[in-house]
Design a protein around this ligand. Structure first.
Ligand code: ATP
Ligand code: MG
Length: 552
């Protein structure tokens, strides 16, 4: 797989670690919690982890961090595997954190025996209140000085299901006065009588992230455990768990900035709310920033990979302009997909001087920027559709499309001149009567006179009806990085469904086929709703953009 060489701080660390012999080979991991579908932020993490391992001839594990039974589901497990594979990566090992529950339990017992963990009867609220703040030390739990024997017994009884949810927790015994609040006797285990998607009812106590994650990494021999910046303050606890649990293999945690995009919410929890509240039509709605949504919209894995490489890995949070993602899909499709004509919101044009029974085939290039894509034949006859937008009865100055008396070129065909307008009883223009000039055929070398406008069209009798779905940002506010109530910023016009026609050449289009429709942009055949006889095209991205990559 091609890999744009971007140097990042993680590469420097790994290079050093290999050189100094701290590690002989690297193992990275992508550790999603299966509580939703993956989004483009996860793609950044996937690409980073897999490509680092690739570059340094190491391995990458896909590990489901499934330690929270109430939110997790096998549907999510399957979607995550599909998305990682689609992005173009093959994991060297597939693991479930829940497979380590027995091992984690043993390690917790090690802590208890060393006097480094205790059973605490405080409620979640009491624990929160006693934790202190940045300016105030925490208070010790009244249960902190239980004996090792008592703690061992209580922990075993927690495991056996003798207590109700919330009745007891297991806490690390570290330092209630630590300047790092994460070190103030964090909870390691909680009770949850819930059925787990993998382990069923075998367990009713579940490890907390800060305890489970370092153990998972150590058990698997992960060398470089890469996570997002909000875990920086958890790193001392990560190292404490590895050390005090006496893990043989010692992983290290490194943090990088998470990806934020303009006009986008990026958290499974929020995305799930959009799905549950039916703001969108499922996780793979083409307006969603999920990998499955982007795929259905028509994004390619290559465009997403190139985007991730370009944004690179930073140590400071920022918001990336969504236009940059759009730039990469345009770049990817520009030379790859055929260009054809589609007419949205059609208006019929009758060419009154063209023979009624005649159909001629005109030659058109499939992609003028890529001659290797060849040419196609498109039918032309007395009746064609153009776009309502390409005609004005009373145009403003500098309008170069069709208006009464004006002449334009029909792309790949002839000049036509508008002579008459037919209106319905409401005064709406429903048909135009034009004449064509046979001398002006495209490619004939005609130089007699010039026209200022070229418009696209589809021959009427052979036009294939289609539905076009045009998208705008789902969220109207640019910066969605803080937790503000994102549902107040939903764009009510994020989806517009427009009827129209496409050329007969593409009537057999298959799901995920992609096209550039003249002037409208890049489109993808919708994999869910499109079928023969009812084609549905999702607009991936329009043609124009003012976006330019920053100069290197
Ligand atoms: P979410 O809040 O969306 O659920 P998460 O971090 O809780 O995100 P996980 O399933 O725990 O989701 O994440 C798996 C991996 O993906 C983690 O290593 C996490 O750091 C990374 N990740 C999640 N969101 C982003 C993002 N926006 N940018 C980069 N990496 C991300
Ligand atoms: Mg999460």
């Amino acid at each position: 797989m091609e890999n744009k060489p971007t140097s990042n701080f993680l590469k420097n660390i790994i290079t050093e670690d290999l050189k100094s012999g701290k590690v002989n080979h690297i193992i990275t991991r992508f550790p999603p919690e299966p509580n939703g579908y993956l989004h483009i932020g996860h793609a950044k993490s996937i690409i980073l982890n897999f490509e680092l391992a690739d570059e340094f001839k190491g391995k990458t594990h896909l590990r489901f961090d499934d330690t929270n039974p109430t939110k997790e589901d096998t549907e999510y497990v399957e979607s995550i595997k599909e998305d990682v594979t689609w992005l173009g990566y093959e994991w060297d090992n597939l693991f479930f954190a829940s497979d380590y529950f027995a091992e984690m339990y043993k390690r917790a017992v090690v802590l208890i025996k060393k006097g480094k963990a205790y059973a605490c009867d405080s409620t979640a609220e009491e624990i929160r209140q006693m934790r202190g703040s940045l300016t105030e030390v925490g208070q010790r739990s009244p249960y902190r000085d239980r004996s090792v024997e008592e703690n061992l017994e209580l922990f075993e009884r927690m495991r056996k299901g003798e207590f109700k949810d919330g009745q007891k927790v297991l806490r690390a015994k570290i330092d209630m006065a630590s300047p790092n609040i994460n070190m103030r006797d964090p909870v390691l285990y909680r009770i949850a009588h819930a059925t787990h998607h993998n382990t069923g009812d075998e367990w009713c106590i579940y490890p907390m992230y800060d305890f489970a994650h370092p153990l998972e990494d150590a058990i698997e021999g992960v060398t470089h455990s890469i996570c997002t910046l909000e875990f920086e303050d958890h790193r001392p606890l990560y190292d404490w768990v590895i050390r005090e649990c006496e893990m043989e293999k010692v992983p290290h945690q490194y943090e990088f900035a998470r990806l934020n995009l303009t006009n986008t919410v990026m958290s499974k929890r929020k995305l799930k709310q959009l799905v549950d509240d039916k703001v969108v039509d499922g996780w793979d709605d083409p307006r969603m920033p999920t990998i499955s949504g982007l795929r259905r919209r028509g994004y390619t894995a290559e465009a997403i990979r190139n985007f991730a490489r370009e944004i690179g890995v930073a140590k400071a949070d920022s918001i990336v302009d969504t236009k940059m993602l759009e730039h990469f899909i345009r770049e990817d499709l520009k030379l790859k997909v055929p260009r054809t004509m589609a007419v949205l919101e059609p208006l019929k044009v009758v060419i009154t001087n063209y023979p009624a029974d005649q159909v001629e085939m005109l030659e058109a290039e499939n992609n003028p920027e890529n001659p290797e894509m060849g040419t196609r034949q498109i039918p032309f006859s007395r009746e064609v559709y153009i776009e309502q937008e390409d005609f004005m009865e009373n145009p403003p100055a500098k309008y170069h499309r069709l208006f009464p008396g004006n002449e334009v070129r029909l792309k790949n065909a002839y000049f036509i001149r508008c002579n008459d307008i037919v209106k319905d009883e409401t005064g709406k223009v429903i048909e135009l009567h034009c004449t064509y000039d046979p001398e002006t055929k495209s490619g004939s070398g005609f130089t007699g006179r010039k026209v200022k406008g070229t418009i696209h069209w589809v021959e009427a009798s052979r036009a294939v009806p289609a539905e076009f779905r045009l998208y705008e940002a789902l969220i109207l506010a640019e910066d969605m990085t803080d937790e503000a109530s994102f549902l107040d910023h939903i764009n009510p016009n994020s989806l517009e469904i427009v009827p129209g026609f496409v050329e007969p050449n593409i009537k057999d289009s298959k799901p995920q086929d992609k096209f550039q429709f003249f002037r409208h942009g890049y489109f993808n055949v919708d994999p869910k709703n499109s079928r023969q006889g009812h084609l549905v095209f999702n607009r991936i991205v329009s043609l124009k953009s003012s976006f330019e990559l920053p100069k290197q």
